[in-house]
Design a protein around this ligand. Structure first.
Ligand code: JFZ
Length: 428
């Protein structure tokens, strides 16, 4: 699978991902599920060194705990995620309101989670797993059956491939990387390819360059032009870490005009660990989702299955509660297909998102009885109507040139966020 020719005159058609048809579904869906699952999951976050000391990490455990290559290969050979239940995982995403799933097909460790023919370091050839099973194929079937899209995370940085670190042999690695990407596209038809590991690194050295990223995007475009490629590679790469694919954080203001996605863990770890119980609350997670949508971004929220392939109940419970909130009184209108309002500034008492002629004011801090909420206008508009989703409670609206005052007639509808739907007409 040779990469496409590059150089003068071979530029492939660069379009604007933010407006391209292929990303319309992505900009509409807003909420996805990340899955970190790999040979590292076999250790569940703990490695006991020969001297008896214990080193803890998740998906970086091989590198950060200095596990020798041969020993890590022996650990991977024990990996047997017999309990991996693609239908249960896809249903968890569906119940949560997560419209797409992105699973690590190959993380930095270099271990492929599908029966690649490019090397033997994979779940088919180097594990204790059933050799008749293919978890990516199982997940493809299970997500498709629930109208959930499937994408793959793929790490460029590869700790296992012997040709990776040396710039002289790096092209051989790239050939194998391209061949693996062709396998993933041809065999599983992913909706998203989420590249990572493109940054400068040591142990091992990472020879990757921006040019490699542009070539990679061209190659993927050649494999399937409908695939949404995240903005860590390619000519539209967003170098500003705050708005490209921010890890564990949300940009502090709306970001329009580009695709951006905040990825977060439900606790503090991407890969499963026995020891990380720092679970975020459903209210916090739902408010993060609302804040991200109100700043025109996507939320990719992670689960890490254990060595047996099971998603922790703590994760399932939180995602289920997020889905229940979204399905109540069409509160999901504040998320799916919604973006930054543009017409008003983000208030201190919650977040505002916009979908067509509707503004959704998601109120985290409901005013005391008789109290009101103020929205500072950024552009002229008229409010036709305002009501609380779920109760139909009418809200008194007083507009002045620079602000809108909303005075509810009753109480909040829930403890996470009470959504006021405003019907508005932008004015010239
Ligand atoms: C990367 C991986 O190293 C990590 O294991 C996990 O898969 C995460 C989703 O992605 O971590 C990163 C990558 C980039 C930044 C931070 C963490 N960054 O650009 O700040």
């Amino acid at each position: 699978a040779a990469p496409p020719p590059t150089g003068p005159g071979t530029d492939y058609a660069y379009d604007d991902p933010f407006t391209a048809d292929r990303t319309r579904w992505w900009r509409e869906d807003r909420f996805g599920q990340f899955i970190h699952f790999g040979a590292y999951s076999q250790l569940q976050g703990k490695y006991q060194r020969p001297d008896g000391t214990v080193c803890q990490d998740a998906e970086w455990i091989q590198r950060n705990c200095q596990i020798p290559r041969a020993e890590y290969e022996q650990i991977a050979a024990k990996f047997n995620p017999a309990g991996f239940d693609a239908n249960a995982i896809a249903q968890t995403a569906k119940d949560a309101g997560q419209k797409y799933v992105v699973i690590t097909s190959k993380h930095h460790e270099g271990y492929a989670m599908w029966p690649t023919k490019v090397n033997k370091f994979n779940l088919r050839d180097h594990s204790s797993f059933d050799k008749n099973r293919d978890i990516l194929a199982e997940l493809k079937r299970a997500t498709a059956a629930r109208d959930v899209k499937l994408g793959f995370y793929y790490s460029i940085w590869d700790w296992h491939d012997p040709d990776f670190p040396d710039p002289a042999t790096f092209p051989k690695y790239k050939e194998r990387m391209y061949a693996q990407l062709k396998e993933l596209v041809d065999n599983y038809h992913p909706a998203v390819l989420w590249f990572d590991g493109e940054w400068s690194a040591d142990r091992p050295n990472n020879p990757w360059t921006e040019k490699d990223g542009e070539e990679l995007e061209a190659y993927v475009r050649g494999l399937d032009p409908s695939i949404v490629v995240n903005n860590r590679v390619g000519k539209r790469r967003v170098v500003d870490g705050d708005t490209g694919t921010p890890e564990q954080e949300i940009p502090d203001k709306p970001v329009d005009g580009q695709l951006w996605e905040s990825c977060m863990t439900l606790n503090g770890s991407w890969g499963y660990t026995d020891w990380d119980h720092n679970w975020k609350s459903p209210a916090d997670l739902t408010r993060k989702l609302l804040s991200i949508a109100g700043r025109s971004g996507n939320f990719l929220l992670n689960v890490g299955p254990d060595r047996n392939g099971r998603v922790p109940q703590e994760s399932v419970d939180r995602l289920k509660q997020m889905g229940q909130w979204l399905r109540t009184a069409k509160q999901s209108s504040a998320v799916y297909g919604a973006s930054a309002p543009g017409l008003v500034a983000e208030p201190g008492w919650g977040v505002v998102s916009r979908r067509g002629d509707k503004l959704y004011a998601s109120v985290f801090d409901w005013p005391a009885s008789g109290g009101s909420l103020t929205l500072d206008a950024l552009a002229p508009f008229r409010v036709r109507d305002a009501r609380v989703l779920g109760s139909g409670q009418r809200v008194k609206v007083e507009q002045s040139s620079g602000s809108v005052k909303l005075t509810p007639s009753g109480g909040r509808t829930n403890d996470i966020a009470t959504v006021i739907e405003l019907s508005v007409d932008p004015l010239p």
